[in-house]
Design a protein around this ligand. Structure first.
Ligand SMILES: [Zn+2]
Length: 282
């Protein structure tokens, strides 16, 4: 009698015996390495509306994302700056490796020039961005170099948007978020695009996408942003996504309470998108 039921018993025994092996395997698996980059810094703070500076907003949101991911042992999370400025890791890296970063940047640019000249890389006009100073470019290329050397799986750049207009103190006409990802010819485009889509799908649940025509649809490929690995400065394994979470003058950001609620909601939606990509994607 008992033996006749053996297939079920066997199944039961296998589940009981093998389950711990599987979970043990999962717990020793390498954590996913994420680098969070709150856009801009205390010296060059990006956009400003009234007395609200973009660099403070990106830090507030980035810190929430960092703290949330940090609680999950399946992730190893890094951040480039905190309330005291660049973390020691990055401040030291920018100073001690300045020359290496400059040659890394120049090599990357030179390689792309050659690729363009022989027709292997087609330049596309994307959304116009503010030109960065050479000091900022060194930091951004430095972050890419660091991410390559430290086998980072994904870099997340956090920004709030603005656009050139005569009257900076008036409320602009564009609203909504946009998720930027590397353009299809870049080494890291494919995986980055999937991650961007997962983050987009979460943000879209609560927020509307940008109504600026160049950001139409909310998922924007770009080949000129250093953050995304311009000039193939990020390895194929280093995904990079840059989120513009909204225009800085939007109503929800103007009031302290709604702004802080937005940080909380945006952080949890972003974390959900990251987890969906890394933990649920087969
Ligand atoms: Zn910005």
């Amino acid at each position: 009698m008992f033996l006749k039921k053996s297939p079920i018993l066997f199944l039961f025994i296998s589940v009981v015996l093998f389950l711990p092996i599987f979970s043990a395997k999962a717990s020793v698996a390498k954590p996913v390495k994420i680098l969070i980059v709150p856009g801009h810094d205390n010296e060059v703070w990006g956009a400003q509306y009234g007395n609200i500076k973009e660099a403070n907003m990106t830090l507030a949101l980035a810190t929430r994302i960092f703290n949330s991911l940090k609680k999950d042992k399946r992730f190893e999370v890094h951040i480039t700056r905190d309330k005291n400025g660049y973390t020691k890791e990055f401040a030291d890296y920018f100073i001690n490796h300045k020359e290496d970063i400059v040659s890394f940047k120049e090599n990357a640019k030179q390689k792309t020039k050659t690729e363009i000249a022989i027709g292997n890389f087609i330049q596309k006009i994307g959304v116009p961005h503010n030109k960065v100073t050479s000091n900022t470019a060194i930091k951004l290329y430095g972050i890419n170099k660091w991410a390559n050397e430290n086998q980072i799986d994904a870099v997340l750049h956090i920004h709030f948007n603005d656009y050139p207009r005569k009257t900076k103190w008036t409320i602009g006409k564009y609203t909504g978020f946009a998720v930027y990802m590397p353009e299809g010819q870049m080494a890291n485009w494919k995986e980055s695009g999937q991650l961007a889509a997962d983050i987009y799908l979460q943000l879209e649940k609560k927020y509307s996408t940008s109504n600026f025509s160049a950001e139409k649809g909310g998922l924007v490929p770009d080949q000129s942003l250093i953050a995304l690995g311009a000039n193939n400065s990020l390895l194929p394994s280093v995904r990079s996504v840059l989120v513009e979470y909204g225009y800085i003058y939007e109503k929800k950001f103007r009031n302290y309470e709604t702004r802080h609620r937005a940080y909380d909601d945006m952080a949890s939606l972003t974390v959900k998108g990251i987890k969906n990509y890394f933990l649920l994607t087969p």
